[in-house]
Design a protein around this ligand. Structure first.
Ligand code: JFZ
Length: 322
């Protein structure tokens, strides 16, 4: 385990990327701002599955450049990247034989951006991890949905198209896609970043996922798989634990404004000073800072995020260790 965690313990600073179909509406639906995080728009606005899926033919991120993104992370002083391979919306940002609702088969872009990123990361010596929403999936039958708005228990679904068995969803979509992410990109990813487990993820079902993960001895995975598994890393969200986590590996993930996925209406960005202060605070307590960017649907990184990462890099160059 120590050998496996070695690079992570020295990394200190990583880039989180939240990018998906939600980057198109960018926090607005039917002409109105939807309160909450941009990537939660579908559930927060109770968008029917068919209407949401209709976003895919509009997704064509021709301005996305793996080279520019990895160079930006490097310039900022970051040592790894974790990108949303599939968020709660259920859309795969990668080539998938397991499910046709993916960027290669369902959009005019037709390319796999994770493939380009993996190649570029290998070239520039950057570690690459994948965020995968293994439990919530709002467009796949049987996928879980958190309790939100006036959605009714026990499933909190708002569209009959979401109904189905969670075990079937896990077996037919989630586990096969996790397998794809583990095997289609040369070396296995450095990290698999799971999120928001519900009680649907029983110890038995989570155990099936762990069996797959255990085939990759260098893989690091976080504490959000569910089913009682604690994973390799603690993941405090939007805060810095006062005393770190003595004896544990951890990573604080944070946004620069108030959303993970791009939102046109959220321009409330933290200052570079605050971001640097967070990085130093976290590093001094033995953790890593996983700082988020939310690219636009075109693939461009918002100017405010670019500026801050470049400014952090300039400061680290003068004052940092490497
Ligand atoms: C989750 C996601 O729902 C969100 O969209 C984003 O991807 C974020 C990184 O993770 O949100 C969470 C998960 C855990 C907590 C809070 C928000 N938490 O433990 O307080």
């Amino acid at each position: 385990r120590d050998a496996r965690m070695h690079w992570f313990r020295e990394a200190r600073f990583g880039m989180f990327i939240h990018w998906g179909l939600y980057s198109i509406p960018a926090g607005r639906w039917n002409g109105k701002e939807v309160p909450g995080a941009g990537e939660w728009l579908m559930i927060d606005a109770s968008v029917p599955v068919a209407d949401y899926k209709a976003l895919a033919p509009q997704f064509n991120p021709t301005e996305f450049s793996a080279e520019r993104v990895v160079t930006l992370a490097k310039t900022a002083g970051m040592k790894y990247i974790v990108i949303t391979a599939k968020h709660h919306e259920g859309f795969a940002m990668f080539a998938s034989k397991a499910d046709p609702f993916n960027i290669v088969d369902a959009t005019p872009y037709k390319k796999d951006p994770l493939k380009a990123l993996a190649a570029e990361c290998r070239k520039q010596g950057m570690k690459l991890g994948f965020y995968y929403s293994q439990d919530q999936d709002w467009t796949a039958p049987g996928g879980a949905a958190y309790q939100t708005g006036d959605h009714k228990p026990p499933t909190y679904h708002w569209d009959p198209a979401q109904d189905g068995s969670f075990a079937d969803y896990l077996h037919r979509k989630s586990i096969p896609q996790i397998q794809e992410l583990l095997t289609n990109y040369g070396e296995a990813p450095a990290i698999l970043w799971f999120d928001t487990p519900s009680s649907d993820m029983t110890p038995e079902l989570a155990g099936e996922v762990v069996k797959v993960l255990n085939q990759h001895p260098k893989l690091i995975w976080n504490n959000r798989l569910g089913g009682g598994y604690s994973g390799d890393t603690e993941t405090p969200e939007q805060y810095i634990p006062a005393n770190g986590y003595p004896g544990k590996d951890w990573e604080s993930c944070m946004t620069m404004n108030g959303t993970w996925g791009y939102k046109t209406d959220d321009t409330n960005f933290k200052s570079t000073e605050t971001l640097l202060h967070n990085l130093i605070d976290i590093a001094s307590k033995g953790g890593n800072y996983l700082l988020n960017i939310g690219p636009k649907s075109t693939g461009e990184v918002p100017e405010a995020e670019l500026e801050r990462l470049e400014a952090m890099g300039r400061w680290l160059k003068v004052n940092g260790e490497s």
